[in-house]
Design a protein around this ligand. Structure first.
Ligand code: SF4
Ligand code: SF4
Length: 292
């Protein structure tokens, strides 16, 4: 089984559009994993029907039992994160501010505070319209530890790939270079970089490539909207060459990339004339790279 993780460093380059196009091209030959858990949107394209939904917990948070609370104020006084608020005759924890340190539950003279697992999001396994499974998740606003949730998505996508004997997992990676993207890259056979000709995208591309080199993950690249700034496109190509990264293809700017997402379709489904052959060609190159 081979894992292809699509990443971009910077958001807005067309990462999800390219991921969806590859998944659409492969149809039932792959498992799809959406590791962009902070802003998951692959389900908008593949109209999922959840067959398994689980709650995801990470870390702890304090909860005050108002029946036991004597409103002495000690917990509020000692909480360094101002997470305890006063109500009429008892105290309450603001879960968004609570850091889960546990101090308040230790010092409450009336044992009114207990630490509970923090619910941070939902995790799904879905049937999608390409007759395969998609593993995805939705982090709650303010939910932390998205790296851990990404690791869960990756783990389950491997279980699904083995169960249904799929040779490929197509992963929509997290943006940036932080913990979630490192988590989405773990175990990757190839990182597919999607970039665009802007200074910020080039800067982020360099940082992502540095990360890939540290983890010894091979990479290929797609330049999207390549005609918007030909000089920077050229700079990107030179950078790729210096770092022995294969340029898989480039797409000129097309509003159809946006229209495809808006209409809930993959770009090679919405605009086959412009993209179907190019995506098929990209996939052929990827297949050679991951199987050599
Ligand atoms: S320390 Fe305990 S009793 Fe005192 S205000 Fe906090 S929860 Fe209530
Ligand atoms: S667990 Fe820590 S951060 Fe949360 S309310 Fe208690 S003292 Fe404050």
């Amino acid at each position: 089984m081979k894992e292809i993780v699509v990443i971009s460093g910077k958001g807005g380059t067309g990462k999800t559009t390219i991921t969806a196009a590859l998944a659409y091209h492969l149809q039932d030959k792959c498992i799809v994993a959406d590791c962009d858990v902070d802003a998951a949107d692959m389900h908008l394209i593949f109209s999922n029907k959840a067959v398994d939904k689980r709650k995801f917990y990470s870390g702890k948070e304090a909860v005050i039992n108002r029946e036991l609370c004597k409103n002495c104020g000690l917990c509020q006084q000692k909480c360094r994160f101002d997470a305890i608020i006063s109500l009429s005759n008892y105290k309450k924890v603001d879960p968004l501010s609570c850091e889960g340190c546990g101090l308040c539950s230790h010092i409450c003279p009336y044992n009114a505070i207990r630490m509970v697992d923090r619910f941070v999001g939902d995790f799904f396994i879905s049937d999608i319209r390409t007759n395969t499974k998609m593993v995805h998740a939705k982090l709650l606003p303010g939910g932390e530890n998205s790296g851990k949730l990404v690791a869960e998505v990756k783990k389950e996508s491997r279980i699904q790939a083995e169960k249904y004997q799929k040779n490929y997992i197509i992963v929509d990676g997290s943006p940036g270079i932080g913990c979630p993207v490192i988590s989405s890259l773990s175990g990757a056979d190839l990182a597919l970089l999607v970039t665009e000709p802007t200074m910020s995208a080039l800067h982020d591309l360099k940082r992502v490539v540095e990360l890939l080199q540290k983890f010894l993950i091979p990479a290929g690249c797609i330049i999207n909207k390549s005609d918007l700034n030909k000089n920077i496109s050229q700079e990107i190509k030179e950078f790729l060459e210096e770092n022995q990264i294969i340029l898989l293809t480039e797409f000129t700017y097309s509003k159809n990339f946006i229209h495809a997402v808006k209409s809930g379709q993959a770009i090679n489904e919405y605009d086959p004339f412009y993209t179907q052959e190019a995506i098929a060609d990209v996939w052929n190159k990827i297949e050679v790279l991951v199987n050599k």
